[in-house]
Design a protein around this ligand. Structure first.
Ligand code: FAD
Ligand code: NAG
Ligand code: NAG
Ligand code: NAG
Ligand code: NAG
Ligand code: NAG
Length: 539
């Protein structure tokens, strides 16, 4: 039996030896031929190239796909998946896709809320370039920085930093299986955001593959493009290969806690208070997020209530924390016994939901920590939501099977950074809301859950930012609008663009027009270039 790779070699040989007669060749064969042509070393195709008829295809496709809703059989599937093993193969993948007119999607950690890194709703065929094999993390404690490769998870980054120092950290996402390639392109917040800002605020340099297949760094790409990739959303400007990040100091002792309050225990008043203090009154070493969901109070009758979970991370010891809480938020009644002092890395694992005692090496597995079928949306809030507003929210939550709402406080340095410093414009808000509804089986009524979350979103409109109603690009929501065509108009794209980027949207469009005028890097919500027509009129 011939192995897959020798079949490919044979095929290549035939192609190369018969330059005049053009044999019928499928997209994948042309792609392989093109890659081989451009590569100095030979590529092990049998382990880097997966077509739907190979048994490993679904395993590879599923591997990091976090939202099971995007994997159901009716969702479009890629023609093939290519998993490059070095930077030059990513360059060649861009060159060959462009040359052959193949629509390309790029995946790092696979956590996109709408599966945009491995599903295209708007164009078939398409292929996936999956960067999972490109996951080096090189930490330089002396230099206070690290070069991290796009396919690494943020958990691997945290682990590799902590391995070298207990007093260095990095302010990125809470979920440890996020891929740094997609995550940082959207801004990337975490529990240290009030002290150090977003991950994107702490990027020093990057290496990207542009539409011409060149590798550019900060100097060669220029400050405009370097601005755009730090918050302008994934897959609009090029493929990130590496980020150079700045490490931040963390104390050797960090304190974490979780306190829960049900409606019966006064959750409504307490949450009203939290809105007044969490962003504006509390020390920036302290981050208290609130997770809100229905819980069963009486298993016999199935009666449910709403539980609010206050989960905190404090960059310091318990003694100072209790002082901070006494002054800023005494209503929570936080006590010493609610608190655990630990290392920064363990505090990250605590917040990420790992059971106490889990070995940190679990972070090196690089797999999604939990998978489910879900739909999510986001909002930003500038004025506390009154108690009557909260009561309407409880009513709606109790109508849904497995919803979850998460409130993240802003304030601290977030409000000191200008809205245009990066494409991420949500700087002057009290907090962000994330709404989620999850279900467990493919055959459950998806439409019912999606309808529920859309109605909830309508209900919340009076309480959140307006004109535009802001949304977080890393919480992709195709309900806000999609690019229906490659040549989508700016007006059409503004429906979602203004919400994600506010006044920065137009600068993103101008940069896109300069670096990718023919819109090679595109998806349902990629930044559109100005149409040739419009460009002529404007210039
Ligand atoms: C469980 C869960 C928890 C989350 N928690 C947080 C959180 O705490 N903080 C936060 O800020 N966000 C959070 N997010 C959102 C997360 O930041 C985004 O989903 C992010 O885009 C994921 O990046 P990824 O590489 O894992 O995803 P992918 O699905 O691989 O990519 C996301 C997007 O970026 C593009 N992309 C991927 N790799 C590259 C690359 N190398 N170059 C250019 N474009 C690329 C993709 O094509 C796609 O459009 C969470 C998401 C989930 C599912
Ligand atoms: C898989 O199918 C493609 C055509 O869709 C074909 O070119 C390729 O040779 C097949 N591969 C294997 C391993 O059968
Ligand atoms: C991939 O995921 C889909 C959807 O959850 C599932 O039906 C299928 O069995 C999975 N396949 C593999 C090989 O994991
Ligand atoms: C905090 O403690 C006070 C005094 O014991 C009590 O009145 C109040 O209800 C408590 N608050 C919460 C939210 O539990
Ligand atoms: C984890 O377990 C250790 C040892 O039993 C205990 O001291 C610590 O408080 C626990 N941490 C948390 C967060 O519960
Ligand atoms: C986009 O292209 C299609 C055909 O490819 C054309 O019909 C349509 O008018 C174009 N739209 C815009 C906004 O240019």
């Amino acid at each position: 039996m011939l192995s897959t790779s020798s079949v490919f070699s044979l095929f290549l040989l035939i192609l190369l030896s018969s330059s005049s007669a053009k044999p019928p060749s499928s997209k994948q064969n042309s792609f392989i031929q093109c890659l081989s042509y451009h590569s100095e070393a030979s590529i092990p195709f049998s382990s880097t190239f997966f077509t739907p008829n190979s048994s490993a295809f679904t395993t590879v496709l599923n591997s990091t796909a976090q939202n099971l809703r995007c994997l159901i059989p009716s969702e479009p599937k890629p023609e093939f998946i290519f998993t490059p093993t070095d930077d030059s193969q990513v360059q060649n993948a861009v060159i060959c896709s462009k040359q052959l007119g193949i629509h390309l999607r790029v995946r790092s950690g696979g956590h996109d809320y709408e599966g945009l890194s491995y599903v295209s709703q708007i164009e078939t065929p398409f292929i996936v370039v999956d960067l999972a094999k490109l996951r080096s993390v090189n930490v330089d404690i002396q230099g206070n920085n690290a070069w991290i490769q796009a396919g690494a998870t943020i958990g691997e980054v945290y682990y590799r930093i902590a391995e070298k120092s207990r007093t260095h950290g990095f302010p990125a996402g809470l979920c440890t299986s996020l891929g740094v390639g997609g995550h940082i392109t959207g801004g990337a917040y975490g529990t240290m955001m009030r002290k150090y800002g977003l991950a994107a605020d702490n990027v020093l340099d990057a290496r990207i593959v542009d539409v011409k297949g060149r590798i550019l760094d900060r100097k060669t790409m220029g400050e405009d493009l370097f601005w755009a990739i730090r918050g302008g959303g994934g897959a609009s400007f090029g493929i990130i290969l590496w980020w150079k990040i700045k490490l931040v100091p963390v104390p050797s002792t960090v304190t974490v806690f979780t306190v829960s309050k049900t409606l019966e225990q006064g959750a409504t008043k307490l949450l009203h208070r939290w809105q007044q203090v969490a962003a504006t009154k509390l020390d920036k070493d302290l981050n208290i997020r609130v997770m809100i969901q229905p819980t069963v109070v009486d298993s016999k009758s199935g009666k449910r209530t709403v539980t609010t979970l206050y989960q905190g991370q404090f960059l310091g010891g318990v003694k100072r924390l209790l002082n901070v809480m006494q002054t800023g938020f005494p209503e929570l009644n936080l006590t010493r016994k609610d608190c655990t002092q630990t290392s920064w890395l363990k505090s990250v694992m605590y917040i990420a939901g790992y059971a106490n005692g889990t070995q940190p090496e679990v972070l090196l597995q690089g797999k999604p920590t939990f998978k489910s079928y879900f739909k999510a949306k986001s909002d930003f809030v500038k004025d506390p939501i009154p108690e009557t507003g909260l009561e309407g929210l409880w009513k709606r939550l109790l109508e849904e099977t497995a919803p979850l709402i998460i409130w993240n406080p802003y304030g601290g340095v977030m409000s000191k950074i200008s809205e245009s410093a990066l494409p991420f414009p949500h700087r002057n808000v009290l907090f962000k809301i994330q709404y989620l509804t999850t279900w467990q089986a493919a055959n459950e009524n998806e439409a019912k859950h999606i309808n529920w979350i859309r109605k909830l979103y309508n209900y919340m409109a009076p309480y959140v930012t307006k004109s535009p109603r802001q949304a977080y690009v890393n919480y992709r929501d195709l309900d806000l609008g999609i690019n229906k065509q490659k040549n989508t108009s700016i007006t059409e794209a503004s429906a979602w663009g203004n919400r994600y980027f506010k006044g920065n949207f137009y600068r993103l469009i101008k940069i896109k027009t300069k670096v990718d005028p023919h819109n090679f890097f595109r998806h349902e919500q990629s930044i559109p270039p100005l149409a040739l027509q419009a460009r002529r009129t404007r210039n």
